[in-house]
Ligand binder design. Structure first.
Ligand code: SF4
Length: 447
């Protein structure tokens, strides 16, 4: 928010009606200034004030959505340089490149990889996001046919790339209404490309040979009615890519430069022919601060580390990934199935659950809310301890589902077994489980 609380207060109705949930208009203004309230909570703000406040509260880097439906991908809208300051919000979109110089088999193989290379991790599906379709033939008809083929072959958003305006126009019109990203508007054709984007409901890449060149005409694209812009400042090597992405974010966040307040695109596919160098460049772009990375292929061996890196960087460091507290059924447990208790740290859950699944032993897994801490951390914080665990076990209702009295605790908290037994009462038997999750299958089979 660029305005102070007092400046915002001057634009509010000052009736102190409390409908926004704040006791006074001043309190609401202060909450707005601190980013703790939404403007639409006040139903009485005038349209004029709304326009002023919305402009002032717009994120310093514009959020741009590419594609439509479930597979639409948002990039940009970042607020900080370092994720420990707050968090990074919209993970770098990874795109796969196809061109109209490729034969059908090659295009099909790449789109197949884009659609199907996926990994499951901590309950999330890790996958690539966009298809970049490039015209290299200069033949508008051929390019249009490729765009149409792409639209039928993937639900992911398209980046439509052509130097020749006639080809760009043919591709954009074929993808009209699909939320495509047009690549690219330059200083020479930005009016024409902005009009095409407006007509087809697309966003636009502003492309120049330098940051300064791009900054000179993004305002013209906005004036042309297209606010959703992505920047390509011409980097085609590692040093300039790193420099451009950093400087553009710095200009947007620190200098509040609206001409550069847009996400960036890095064409790492054009920087090397070596697939491993390309992966390394993509890794750098994901870390600092590429919003879209275009790669030559989405193959499993390069994607797994990139997806995991992206997941790690874009996971909020201040909010642990947690599971809901409750009883989880694994391998269809019955009344005589064992009961294991552990914490709601997502990684703990998925590791333990995967080992139980692998054992094929039907098991009840009791997940206790300890604010997302791992077993030892929660124990040392006084949260995964006997007098907290016992009431949870009773309240969980697990006793109604079983015909025995055994509950298995993680081996790392073996020291609480006596106290836990006491808290639960004599009708329970506490069993010490394994320290390592990898030993769970053998442990369960031996029960
Ligand atoms: S709803 Fe609007 S007018 Fe009413 S107290 Fe909140 S800010 Fe003031």
């Amino acid at each position: 928010m660029g305005l102070t609380g007092i400046q915002i207060f001057k634009l509010l109705p000052k009736t102190n009606c409390k409908e926004c949930g704040s006791p006074t208009c001043l309190a609401f203004a202060m909450a707005l200034a601190g980013g703790k309230a939404e403007l639409d909570k006040c139903p009485y703000v005038s349209d004029e004030a709304k326009a002023t406040l919305s402009e002032a509260s717009a994120p310093p880097i514009r959020g741009v959505v590419i594609g439509t439906g479930d597979k639409a991908k948002k990039v940009g809208e970042e607020l900080v340089f370092y994720r420990h300051e707050k968090t990074f919000l919209n993970p770098t979109a990874i795109a796969c490149l196809v061109t109209d110089a490729m034969d059908d088999a090659e295009v099909d193989a790449k789109i197949d990889n884009l659609n199907n290379v996926q990994f499951e991790r901590v309950g999330l599906t890790l996958e690539a996001d966009l298809l970049a379709v490039r015209c290299v033939s200069g033949d508008a008809g051929k390019f249009e046919a490729l765009v149409k083929k792409a639209l039928g072959a993937t639900e992911k958003g398209l980046i439509i790339m052509a130097d020749d305006f006639a080809a760009l126009e043919a591709g954009a019109k074929a993808a009209s209404g699909k939320g495509a990203l047009l690549y690219a508007a330059t200083a020479d054709n930005c009016d024409q490309v902005a009009a095409l984007a407006k007509e087809t409901g697309a966003s636009v890449v502003a492309k120049g040979a330098s940051i300064e060149e791009v900054a000179d005409f993004t305002g013209k694209i906005v004036s042309g009615g297209v606010k959703d812009i992505v920047i390509d400042a011409g980097a085609r090597d590692i040093k300039s890519m790193f420099y451009n992405d950093n400087q553009i974010r710095r200009a947007a966040l620190k200098a509040k430069n609206r001409d550069l307040g847009f996400p960036t695109i890095d064409l790492v596919c054009d920087m090397t022919d070596d697939p491993y160098k390309e992966a390394m460049l993509a890794s750098l772009a994901i870390a600092k601060y590429g919003a879209i990375v275009v790669m030559s292929d989405i193959d499993k061996e390069r994607m797994l580390p990139l997806f995991v890196q992206r997941l790690n960087i874009y996971t909020d460091p201040q909010r642990p990934m947690v599971m809901d507290e409750g009883i989880y059924e694994i391998n269809k447990p019955g009344p005589d199935s064992p009961v294991i208790i552990t914490t709601n740290f997502a990684l703990t859950y998925f590791i333990v659950a995967a080992e139980i699944e692998a054992s094929r032993v039907p098991t009840w897994l009791l997940i206790m809310d300890v604010e997302g801490m791992s077993v030892l951390t929660a124990w040392s914080a006084g949260k995964f301890v006997a007098d907290a665990m016992a009431p949870f076990v009773v309240k969980s209702g697990i006793r109604d589902k079983i015909n025995h009295n055994k509950i298995i605790i993680p081996g790392y908290v073996a020291q609480i077994s006596g106290e836990f037994q006491e808290e639960l009462g004599s009708d329970w038997e506490v069993v010490i489980g394994t320290r390592e999750a990898s030993d769970i299958p053998a442990f369960l089979k031996a029960l």
